[in-house]
Design a protein around this ligand. Structure first.
Ligand code: ADP
Ligand code: ZN
Ligand code: ZN
Length: 720
């Protein structure tokens, strides 16, 4: 009797054996429906055996094997296996996490992935539909808007099948061939050199780090390498941070490859759309996949190239569940598939830069902007010890904003805090507004006609108190600057200016971001106020001035990665200025005008910043000179959380692997939503040694009974 070994999404790190009378080898990688306890679960068959360690009569039987959709290919199973092992996450939970949500539901039979359009006769019948046939009308409307995959219309599938039978709809024809070849820019010398080097190296595994300032033509390099890959009959996988915010990138790719099938995959898609795209990929019908971090696991049978744009971006790291880093998984996948991978950034992650220094990655440089006319923006530091800011704005910045306004050019004021002000402060006793559930301040937000206090960690909202809860004084003041307050200040200073605020609060509504981009591109805005969300890869040709306030906070941070993030953010936000034919300028307000980070920024000298910071990290033994894993625990009381970590610490000391186990400590953010949080850091100079330590240690921790305590392990943590 064949037995299928099945991966299920459970916290248990094991496979489950089920009897499967009609199963054979070709079922490996297929979805299956199985009884589990009193429930029914969807799993993936990952192995076939004749025997099991469990007595045959005790084994339960598979309910159904999905043989309608193709099985997950072996390389994706291996990729999941690697990610599960490396990030210390159960294999079953990892594998199921890669599937589009629609495939995890017990309702089987995924809809066919092909897209359909209305035929001529279909059009006629639709016109004659009775008014009450609303579902059919809805279907007709969507079909009239362009080809529609059945998967996008799960609710309407029965009528769609019916329509197909009647010949009212037909499978969509592949998009027509390129009508007019887009004229390609002549490559710069640096671009040519980079492309030649890659071509010479061939089609096997190599990791390329493409370092180039914003506007230096990195995307052009991506397009050319993709072109070569497609010409060789292979597929390209392109990862980008938050593409739902940067439709410009998707547009640029589809314009360059109009007769190729391009699918974009990200979490902003409806389940049906994501499923349709994913199934097309699985079937090998897609040439280019453009996606966010989760797309790194997309099945692509003819994969020939991986590109990771903005490879330093923290959004590549998943912060919960399977805590993977998409760039690192992508490099592993490229090696496994024996294909090249191209990592691009203006400010590479220091891990990547160090790898290039060790010749593990091969460095390609684009030192200048591609447009001869577009110079890098002039960056100037404003010493706020002498030019004291009023409501956050120094005189130098106010003047520059006024000048820009009279020239009818756009400006951007970068404030890395949303809300009105970071805290409400009592002048009489020094009390600051704090969240009752977290170890955090309450942030003041403008709300309705008045104000509201909000916790950015647990979402708690409250009315601001009339009097200080500690001393009763009425002398309460908002302290510091948030985007809303800066917006108000600018409106008072420049009543004639059209001001637009862009932060997570204004951009979270669907379509809001597109509307903003249009307003900005259409010159309906004079001054933009925003957090780093505005800086994400946008091209605003009329923007010539960027002002940065409150950047110094990151220099004071206890997080050793804060300065790296600050440098990347400021380079990126500064890169928005002067993209087209007019020069740009960047003004940065600081109390520390001689700080080496700012000197490197003014000189546009990433390598200087990197070598300085890498030197500091080496002295402190921080990554990339060491490898870390963070064991986190949270419980109702701090003593409970610490006691668990103490136990973990003792277990770890018994191991023969040489790693450094630090003492358990309360986390910096030691209370969130009334849960006390603590952590234990494990560090090793060798990745292999760290891995050899973690595997048995985590297995031992999984065997412990922990009651109401929760814990997790984060390998290569980015915060903490
Ligand atoms: P990056 O991705 O590094 O920001 P892009 O590839 O987007 O840079 O290029 C920036 C701008 O320069 C774009 O408008 C692009 O069309 C243009 N560009 C790129 N390469 C060239 C080139 N060789 N000659 C002229 N313009 C170019
Ligand atoms: Zn007080
Ligand atoms: Zn809170």
């Amino acid at each position: 009797m064949p037995i299928l070994q099945i991966a299920l999404d459970t916290p248990l790190d094991q496979l489950f054996d089920y009897r499967a009378p009609d199963a054979d080898k070709t079922d490996i990688g297929r979805r299956v429906r199985v009884p589990f306890g009193r429930r029914e679960l969807v799993g993936v068959a990952v192995g076939l055996a004749e025997t099991s360690s469990i007595a045959t009569e005790q084994l339960r039987t598979v309910i159904e094997i999905d043989r309608e959709s193709p099985p997950l290919p072996g390389d994706i199973l291996r990729l999941a296996r690697f990610a599960a092992g490396y990030y210390q996450h159960p294999y079953g939970a990892t594998l199921l996490a890669l599937l589009p949500p629609a495939l995890k539901r017990p309702a089987f039979r995924p809809p066919p992935a092909a897209a359909y359009t209305l035929t001529e006769t279909g059009r006629k019948h639709v016109a004659e539909l009775p008014a009450r046939a609303t579902a059919q009308r809805r279907l007709a409307e969507r079909l009239a808007g362009g080809p529609v995959a059945t998967a996008q219309l799960t609710d309407l599938r029965p009528s769609m099948r019916d329509w197909l039978k009647r010949g009212w709809i037909e499978a969509a024809k592949p998009p027509g061939t390129r009508s007019e070849a887009e004229s390609l820019p002549e490559l710069t010398h640096a671009q040519k050199t980079a492309l030649d080097q890659m071509a010479e190296a061939g089609t096997g595994f190599a990791t390329w780090l493409l370092h180039g300032v914003t506007g230096s033509g990195k995307t052009e390099i991506y397009l050319r390498t993709i072109e070569r890959t497609l010409a060789a009959g292979r597929q390209a996988l392109v990862l980008a941070p938050e593409i739902h915010l940067t439709p410009q990138l998707v547009e640029r790719f589809s314009r360059r490859f109009p007769d190729r099938k391009l699918v974009s995959l990200h979490s902003g898609l409806a389940d049906g759309e994501r499923l349709a795209g994913w199934l097309d990929c699985l079937a090998g019908q897609v040439d280019i996949v453009l996606g966010t971090r989760l797309a790194v696991f997309t099945p692509m049978p003819r994969l020939g190239l991986i590109i990771v744009d903005e490879e330093h971006d923290p959004s590549y790291k998943q912060m919960e569940g399977l805590r993977y880093h998409a760039r690192d998984v992508a490099v592993w996948r490229a090696r496994q598939t024996d294909i090249p991978i191209l990592l691009g950034s203006a400010t590479p992650a220091l891990e990547s830069w160090a790898n290039a220094g060790k010749d593990r990655y091969r460095l390609l440089s684009l030192p200048e902007r591609a447009h001869a006319a577009a110079n890098l923006p002039a960056t100037r530091l404003i010493d706020t010890r002498t030019d004291k800011p009023v409501q956050g704005l120094s005189e130098a910045l106010r003047t520059a904003l006024g000048d820009n306004l009279s020239r009818h050019e756009q400006s951007l004021v970068f404030v890395n805090r949303r809300g009105y002000a970071p805290v409400l402060y009592c002048k009489a006793c020094g009390h600051v507004s704090a969240c009752s559930r977290c170890a955090a301040h309450m942030v003041i937000h403008r709300f309705g006609g008045g104000y509201q206090l909000r916790c950015h960690h647990c979402g708690l909202a409250a009315r601001p108190p009339e009097a200080c809860p500690q001393c009763g004084s009425l002398d309460l003041h908002p302290a510091g600057q948030g985007t809303q307050k800066v917006e108000d200040t600018l409106a008072t200073l420049f009543p004639e200016a059209r001001i637009l605020r862009v932060d997570r609060d204004t951009a979270s509504r669907k379509g809001a971001f597109d509307a903003m981009r249009e307003a900005i591109g259409g010159r309906e805005v004079d001054i933009l106020v925003g957090t780093q969300i505005v800086a994400k890869g946008h091209d605003f040709p009329n923007l010539t001035l960027v002002g940065v306030i409150n950047a110094d906070q990151a220099l004071m941070s206890t997080d050793f990665r804060a300065s790296e993030r600050l440098f990347a953010q400021l380079m990126q936000v500064g890169g928005r200025a002067g993209r087209a034919d007019r020069p740009g300028q960047v003004l940065i307000q600081t109390d520390y005008p001689h700080h080496p980070l700012y000197s490197a920024l003014v000189a546009h000298d990433y390598p200087a910043f990197a070598s300085l910071t890498l030197r500091e990290r080496r002295q402190a033994d921080f990554p990339p000179w060491s490898y870390q894993a963070l064991l986190r625990a949270d419980a109702r009381s701090m003593s409970e959380a610490l006691a668990f970590l103490e136990q973990a610490h003792r277990l770890g000391l018994e191991s023969s692997e040489q790693v450094t186990l630090y003492d358990p400590v309360p986390a910096l953010m030691h209370r969130v939503a009334n849960r006390e949080r603590a952590q234990l850091l494990v560090q090793s100079p060798s990745r292999t040694r760290l891995q050899r330590f973690l595997t048995p240690w985590i297995a031992a921790l999984r065997a412990l009974k922990t009651g109401g305590l929760r814990w997790s392990i984060d390998v290569d943590p980015l915060d903490g």
